[in-house]
Write a protein that binds this ligand. Structure first.
Ligand code: DON
Length: 299
């Protein structure tokens, strides 16, 4: 398997797109890094390339925080605040459902900021700590925030601040918008490797059960999360992704990308250059090839 994965990276090695630079610290990433990992439900991990390089989780945090919000508030409580319709817009568009003011879905920034605020905790630090704890349980090791990326991202978070203040104005967000964005930015700045991400994705594939047999998330929660990943996880490229690759997925601007094959494996790719939708260019190509080679498409 490791040989096949190394060959896959080679075949899909053409590197186009640009490293994200709206967060200054991300612009310093080595654009040539490339890694892939597959984690089975019983904890076996196969990988190739730069599998031990750390990068920030960014938007791949969104499905996991959404899972925690549902666990804390119940599905109905979360649906009252965040819709589940694809927006067809970029990840950082405001995209609110006009009659209720709910963000269109929890995978775009507006919905993810709202989901962060729905996690139980006394303040931004309390929420962020519980979130990092959950990610650590899913990854099977203690994860932490990359403080340099956090500071850099927070100092340029004007657009997310604007989104959060807009949510407050329309009555969807109850907490202090600046504090919520601070916490959301911490969640995005958690440092991971491609193997961590594959393990986290494999718990979703196992309906919430970790490789050691302990239950981390309820099955009803992972079903909701995977459904939203399938329809909204790749933003305005979600339709293209589902027709070509055919599995629930989520990308992040640091170049990470996860895919979940329910009942079978969690998969993650890392390559920092992004396409026009903010998804890893080589990551998308590797998934397309993997899906074709291994018949992953669910439809
Ligand atoms: O909120 C932001 O802009 C970033 N912390 C996360 C955006 C992101 O990862 C979009 N994904 N491709």
């Amino acid at each position: 398997m490791n040989d096949y994965l190394a060959e896959l990276l080679e075949i899909c090695g053409e590197d186009d797109g640009e490293v994200a630079d709206y967060i200054p610290e991300l612009a310093t990433a080595d654009p040539d890094r490339y890694a892939i990992a597959i984690a089975t439900l019983d904890g076996q991990v196969y990988s190739a390339g730069d599998a031990d390089v750390e990068f920030t989780i960014q938007s791949i945090s969104k499905p996991f925080t959404y899972a925690l919000a549902i666990t804390d508030q119940g599905l109905d409580g979360v649906l009252e605040k965040i819709d589940v319709e694809p927006s067809g817009d970029a990840f950082n568009e405001i995209s609110l459902e006009p009659s209720t003011g709910r963000p269109r879905n929890p995978m775009i920034n507006a919905g993810a900021i709202e989901a962060h605020a729905l996690v139980a905790g006394d303040d931004a630090d309390g929420r962020s700590e519980r979130i990092v704890e959950l990610y650590s349980r899913l990854a099977g090791r203690e994860l932490s925030v990359d403080e340099d990326v956090f500071e850099s991202e927070l100092s340029t978070a004007d657009r997310n601040m604007a989104i959060a203040y807009m949510l407050k104005t329309v009555g969807t967000l109850d907490d202090d918008p600046a504090e919520v964005v601070r916490g959301y930015t911490r969640q995005c700045s958690v440092s991971v490797t491609v193997e961590d991400l594959a393990r986290m994705a494999s718990v979703l594939a196992a309906n919430g059960v970790a490789a050691d047999g302990t239950r981390v998330l309820e099955t009803s929660v992972t079903r909701q999360v995977l459904s939203v990943m399938a329809t909204c996880g790749m933003y305005d490229a979600a339709g293209d992704w589902l027709t070509t690759v055919g599995i629930p997925a989520k990308s992040g601007v640091a170049g990470g990308l996860i895919g979940v094959l329910p009942g079978q494996v969690g998969i993650a790719v890392f390559s920092p250059r992004l396409d026009e939708h903010g998804n890893s260019s080589r990551g998308v190509r590797a998934f397309e090839r993997l899906s074709a080679d291994m018949g992953l498409h669910l439809m």
